[in-house]
Design a protein around this ligand. Structure first.
Ligand code: DAH
Length: 346
């Protein structure tokens, strides 16, 4: 019996194990229920009782040795496997799941891209503004209702009654960037200004206290209303499809004269009338007009020499028309189930 034990010991010691597969074969050969060690243990029954103590001890030592060899090999093989996967630079990378862009970011970029193709550059201004840039230089009368507390978030106000150009507020429109650009630069000016705006509104499906606008401004000698119309037609066709028609309705803004609102033909019914366009065939998209001479003069641009046009649109409004998502709040809730439906290649 002692002979068998030492034979098994030297056999187990000389086994060469290079990988997990060979290790498993080793385990089955020596340590499994039908393995060589169990066979040896069977023989133990026939050992005379006076030798049982010593032989039992030897058997236990051998079992422990084999088990230790197995454990040690297992540990080193696992480590080897780990490092070999790290060193294999051809392995595909860990599959990270990427998020998607917010629909407002997608539409914002699309609008910027369209105007950049016809020579507009992007300019930005501060969200915290003063009355001077948001209202006064844009030809708002001192008592204009837009200055009212109901519409504007004030950060500091000199006096409730009379508005001061020093009043600090959250901009209610991106037209304030027009003023900053005109004050800083000489014509020709061709710029668009995307950004967040703030209004003191109750939140509903159709209104929000924060939203996004893109302002456009073009100033040079001999800029005409025809230039405005052609630029907006180009935008509408790029944004909503080649078949899109536009119409301009007379309107009023303090900073433009004449002023207009632009509608695009309804892309759902192609202008025939449906519940999206409320059976009119048209959808309102933006406000525009020829920059008021008072505004040019207030921003140190000679209104005798230069003319220009301006326009302003809500990004949410364009997104609603594009995606047919008609509840503004969805754009702000950031519900992942909503957002993950918008996929882009950029
Ligand atoms: N600022 C206007 C608004 O917030 C939009 C607008 C209308 C901008 C006409 C313009 C414009 O530049 O010419 O409703």
């Amino acid at each position: 019996m002692l002979n068998k034990i030492s034979k098994l010991r030297s056999e187990a010691e000389t086994e060469i194990i290079r990988d997990q597969e060979e290790l498993e074969a080793f385990r089955i050969k020596y340590l499994s229920k039908k393995g060589l060690f169990s066979v040896l243990f069977e023989d133990f029954r026939n050992v005379p009782s006076e030798q049982k103590k010593e032989i039992g001890r030897q058997l236990n030592i051998l079992k422990q040795e084999i088990q230790e060899k197995y454990d040690l090999l297992k540990e080193t093989l696992v480590k080897q496997e780990d490092t070999s996967t790290i060193n294999d630079l051809t392995r595909p990378s860990f599959p990270f799941s990427l998020g998607s862009r917010h629909p407002i970011s997608i539409v914002r970029k699309e609008i910027i891209d369209i105007f950049m193709r016809i020579g507009f550059i992007v300019s930005e201004g501060p969200e915290i503004e003063d009355d001077d840039h948001v209202f006064t230089r844009l030809n708002f009368a001192p008592e204009h209702p837009a200055r009212d507390m109901q519409d504007t978030f004030y950060i500091s106000r000199k006096s409730e009654e009379d508005s001061s150009p020093d009043d600090i507020l959250l901009r209610t429109h991106t037209s304030s960037v027009q003023v900053r650009v005109m004050q800083k630069e000489k014509p020709p000016i061709r710029t668009i200004s995307p950004g967040r705006v703030f209004r003191n509104e109750a939140i509903s499906a159709r209104a929000h206290c924060i939203f996004h606008q893109v302002e456009g401004l073009y100033i040079d000698e001999n800029v005409s209303f025809a230039d405005l119309k052609q630029t907006l037609l180009f935008f509408a066709r790029e944004m909503f499809g080649k078949e899109t028609k536009i119409r301009l309705r007379p309107s009023y803004f303090p900073f433009t004269e004449p002023s207009a609102e632009m509608d695009v033909s309804c892309r759902i019914c192609g202008g025939k009338g449906c519940n999206v366009c409320k059976y009119t065939g048209w959808l309102e998209v933006l406000g525009c007009g020829m920059v008021h001479p008072n505004v040019l003069d207030a921003c140190n641009i000679d209104s005798k020499k230069y003319t220009g046009f301006a326009f302003g649109m809500g990004i949410e409004r364009v997104a609603m028309l594009k995606y047919q998502v008609n509840d503004l709040r969805l754009y702000f809730e950031n519900d992942i189930r909503f957002l993950s439906q918008f996929k882009t290649s950029f």
